[in-house]
Design a protein around this ligand. Structure first.
Ligand code: ADP
Ligand code: ZN
Length: 293
């Protein structure tokens, strides 16, 4: 079987792996995200000894995923020091002369869950990560969504929780969804890291309020057949039933489908690929590149 390379480029770490077209991952390593010079040095020496036929990159962003654009393959306006306007595809392509697939980390994860995970056999799915930031990617009609650039579904505006006085931390929008509901917002609001709050803390009801608002918008706009929720904050599994209930309340019976009624528990789900969702997604992007898509 052909060997494919996968790179999950994150703001904290780069996870690199080798796998096959059927989604199996045979090797994985991880390097801290420091400077492009140092991190890319490690990434490229990892792939130097491997005979891969294509490489897929799912990256933190914003990125430029539009082929033909002068900055195609770049990480663009990230506030992360050293990485703004970095030509990621160029750096990988200069060292490895193989087709490269490039997309956002969350579009990659959506592709992975669609191909091998929770949304296998469907035509559409949405993947949202709730971690240091919030981002979402989607497959619709079997294709990853792009347009002017890529969707930025983490920065939508949501109705404020009536008891929330926290101003929000998004440097661009203050109290957008990410500003109010990403991991750091929970930590700032309650004065303790999100992972240290007990399961019955009021933080989770508020968190579910915000995430259910986001999901309502995604359901109304994209009508995905499955919603997969990953990222560090979603390790709080008590969020799932809270989100199911609030999403149903918000939709208020307007969209009639069994998935939104009795099937809600099987509609909004954790990643079936678990902590491999990101790397598998990059493998999916490599598969698309290999097949010229
Ligand atoms: P990243 O978004 O950087 O890729 P993660 O998805 O792990 O990484 O998200 C990190 C964020 O998730 C942090 O803000 C952290 O507080 C939060 N987090 C990590 N683990 C948990 C947990 N068990 N419960 C709640 N929040 C968590
Ligand atoms: Zn924002």
């Amino acid at each position: 079987m052909k060997l494919l390379g996968a790179i999950e480029a994150g703001g904290t770490k780069f996870v690199c792996g080798i796998g096959h077209e059927d989604g199996t991952i045979v090797d994985r390593v991880s390097f801290p995200t420091t400077t492009p010079q140092e991190t890319m040095g490690q990434v490229l020496s990892y792939f130097a000894g491997q005979d891969v036929q294509a490489i897929g990159i799912g990256s933190f962003g914003p990125i430029d995923p539009v082929p033909g654009s002068p900055t195609y393959g770049y990480i663009t306006t990230t506030p992360k020091p050293h990485w703004g306007q970095f030509d990621l595809v160029g750096a990988v392509g200069a060292a490895c002369n193989v087709p490269i697939g490039f997309d956002t980390d969350v579009n990659g994860a959506a592709l992975g869950e669609y191909t091998w995970g929770a949304a296998r056999g469907l035509d559409s799915c949405l993947y949202i990560t709730v971690g240091t930031g919030i981002g979402a990617g989607a497959v619709v009609g079997g294709k990853l969504i792009h347009g002017l650039s890529h969707p930025e579904m983490g920065h939508i505006l949501v109705r404020r929780h009536p008891e929330d006085t926290y101003e929000g931390f998004c440097p661009y929008h203050g109290d957008c969804l990410e500003g109010l509901a990403a991991g750091p917002a929970i930590g700032n609001r309650w004065g303790k890291p999100a992972g240290e709050l007990p399961a019955d803390h009021p933080a989770w009801e508020m968190e579910a309020h915000y995430l259910a608002h986001a999901l309502m918008n995604y359901v109304l706009i994209l009508s995905p057949q499955k919603i997969v929720m990953g990222g560090g904050v979603m390790k709080q599994s008590q969020l799932f039933p809270l989100i199911h209930g609030k999403l149903q309340e918000l939709l208020s019976g307007y969209v009639q489908h069994p998935a939104l009624n009795a099937g809600i528990g099987n509609y909004v789900v954790p990643p079936q690929l678990g902590d491999n969702a990101g790397l598998s997604g990059a493998l999916g992007l490599a598969t698309l590149a290999l097949n010229g898509a």
